[in-house]
Every structure is written in structure tokens, then in C-alpha cells.
Design a protein around this ligand. Structure first.
Ligand code: ASP
Length: 340
């Protein structure tokens, strides 16, 4: 019999309406058990670990990411797969950082949640949780089919570090336009075997350091030098710069000089696009050519969530800024497609 470990962190899936205020507030796992009697009918053994406190995922933070990774490390040998119940708001950040902290995973780590609480009649929670459990226990030739961190939502399985929350209204809350869907659940669960990570011969290595000194500069026409300076001069080691189209920016010399000075002072600036589909291509247009020569780093097709969490992970592991600059541009967990 397979053993699956559920980590319950909170999120809408287990929320109830506060009688006084009418707002959704997190509730304990018993609510989920009560609304999902099928949990006791499964062909595999399920063990539940609830976080204290149970949170809305908008309150997610690095210390909880480390705790989640630690729990998986401590239980890694004893369980066949892991399901993390998590609010959808920051699920893509958690999935991304876990993909970096848990290197060489040979077992599934599936994050899921729901758009409607489990107690609501039209809830999507039952389907999401049952499908996540099914995938967490799926094996072929005695090996887990999924050997990576994923998000399961609305019958689709996505690579965690390729996904983002795309819709706060529909059951289809997530998308990963720069990478194919890993599996789709209908009558059968159909795996897209060609695009799955295969870590069979890799060693499982757990990492536990995060350095959150990361800033974000989102460009827009008319942005002032004061706003730009506030980000560039902030006490961070790296800045994610969200640019236009395929990585383009304004070409004003005051702007390029400010970037160059920042890079020369030892900070990394990573170029990712505000577009959700496609890749940064430094040098494709005149408006990104100069960026390359002053040392702006190429974020290729990484999501914003991955760019931020990968920098936190690399900075935790590496004291040398040049090493961080090198590795942020490499594909280390299936999170980017490089065209070089
Ligand atoms: N605010 C909730 C959360 O992220 C939303 C959800 O679970 O879908 O915890």
C-alpha cells in the first residue's frame, strides 16, 4: 500500500465564512475531512500534517517555505508522494522555491487548493484534492511518474516553476504558457511523458538557505528617475527588472547610466518580460542591445515568481554575486528555456 503525506498550510480550500464579518477565514483540517468522507476510502494510506497557524497564502514567507521543505526532507524516505494544500494566491511562488530547495526529487510534490471552500456546494476542492492524491501516488515500473514540484488545478498538472496564478475568478486559476501541461485529468489521467523531469539517477539534495534581498523594478512609460533610484539604491543584492516585450527598455542615457552604475556597484539586474508568453531576447531590438553590453542578465522565459524565488535561493547558497549572475541564467530545475 502506498503512503501519501498531506501538508495542510491553509488557503480557501479549508476556509469558512466568519459569521460576523462575512469574510473567509482559514479553518483546520477537520473541516476538509468532514466534507471529504472519501478520504477514508482511498487505496493508499494518507497522513496529514497541519501547519500552525493555518494561513491565507498572502501571509506566506521564507521561514514557512523552509519549514515545508524540511517536513518533506524528514519524511522523504517513508512516503511515496506529497500533497501540499495551499492558498492559490502565492502558490506559484511556493512551488517555485520548493523546486529549488528540493534538488533531484524522485517523488511527486503536488501543490493544490481551490477557488471555493470545501464546504460550498459547487466547490472545486474535492476534484482538485482527489486528483492531486491520485497523481502523488502514480507509479510506473515502481518509480514515481512525477519527480518534480507541480501545481494541480482544474484537472491540469503544471510544472510549479513555470506556472502563475492567472485568474482569481475561474476554476482555471493557473497557466504555464511557456511550458506544456504535464498531465490532464479526464476519465483517465494522461501524462505528457516527454516533458516530465526524470531525476531517476540523481541524488536528492535538500537546501535550506534563502536570502530575500531581492528588489523589483517594473518599468512603465513615464517612470521617474526617483522611482527607479529608490529600487536600484535599496539594500538588495539583485533586482528583477520587468521590461517590455522581448526584454526592451527606454534607451535614455540617464536610465542606462543608472543601470550601469548599479551593476558596477556589485548588484545583479535580471531582465524578465512583462509579457506572460515568450522570452527575453537581448539584442533583438536596438532597445535591448545596450542592456547586454552593460551587463544586464537574461531572464529568458522565466516567470516573475521563479525569477524572484530563484534569486533568493541562489543568494542563500552563493556569497559570490558573479556566481549568482551565472546560475540565474542557467536552467537548473526545468524553469527556463535558453536559446544560446
Ligand atoms: N486568499 C486565498 C489564499 O491564497 C485564495 C485561495 O486559496 O485561492 O490563501
Amino acid at each position: 500500500m502506498y503512503n501519501i503525506f498531506i501538508i495542510y498550510t491553509g488557503g480557501t480550500i479549508g476556509m469558512v465564512k466568519d459569521a460576523k464579518t462575512g469574510t473567509f477565514v482559514p479553518f483546520d483540517f477537520q473541516l476538509i475531512e468532514k466534507n471529504l468522507p472519501d478520504l477514508s476510502r482511498l487505496e493508499y494510506q494518507v497522513t496529514v500534517h497541519s501547519f500552525t497557524p493555518i494561513i491565507d497564502s498572502s501571509n506566506m514567507r521564507p521561514s514557512i517555505w523552509i519549514e515545508m521543505a524540511q517536513i518533506i526532507r524528514d519524511n522523504y524516505e517513508r512516503y511515496d508522494g506529497f500533497v501540499i494544500l495551499h492558498g492559490s494566491d502565492t502558490m506559484a511562488f511556493s512551488a517555485s522555491i520548493l523546486s529549488f530547495l528540493l534538488e533531484g526529487l524522485q517523488k511527486p510534490v503536488i501543490l493544490s487548493g481551490s477557488q471555493l471552500p470545501i464546504g460550498e456546494i459547487r466547490t472545486d476542492a474535492r476534484e482538485n484534492l482527489m486528483t492531486a492524491l491520485e497523481i502523488a501516488s502514480a507509479k510506473k515500473d515502481d518509480r514515481s511518474i512525477i519527480q518534480e514540484v507541480c501545481i494541480l488545478f482544474d484537472n491540469k498538472l503544471f510544472r510549479g516553476n513555470r506556472s502563475f496564478k492567472y485568474n482569481s475568478d475561474k476554476f482555471e486559476a493557473f497557466r504555464s504558457p511557456n511550458y506544456p501541461v504535464l498531465a490532464e485529468a479526464g476519465i483517465h489521467i494522461r501524462y505528457n511523458h516527454d516533458v516530465l523531469l526524470d531525476n531517476t539517477n540523481k541524488e536528492f539534495i535538500y537546501h535550506d538557505k534563502i536570502d530575500n534581498r531581492v528588489g523589483v523594478l517594473k518599468l512603465f512609460p513615464g517612470i521617474s528617475i526617483e522611482t527607479i533610484r529608490a529600487v536600484l539604491d535599496s539594500p538588495v543584492r539583485s533586482i528583477v527588472m520587468e521590461t517590455f516585450g522581448s526584454g526592451n527598455t527606454m534607451t535614455d542615457s540617464w536610465f542606462l547610466n543608472a543601470l550601469q552604475q548599479t551593476i558596477q556597484s556589485g548588484k545583479n539586474i535580471l531582465d524578465i518580460s512583462q509579457c506572460k508568453v515568450g522570452s527575453v531576447e537581448l539584442g533583438r531590438y536596438e532597445t535591448s542591445n545596450e542592456l547586454k553590453s552593460i551587463g544586464v542578465l537574461n531572464g529568458y522565459d522565466m516567470t516573475f515568481e521563479t525569477a524572484v524565488t530563484k534569486l533568493m535561493y541562489l543568494q542563500g547558497e552563493l556569497a559570490d554575486q558573479e556566481q549568482v549572475a551565472y546560475w540565474i541564467q542557467q536552467n537548473i530545475r526545468g524553469e527556463l528555456t535558453s536559446y544560446d
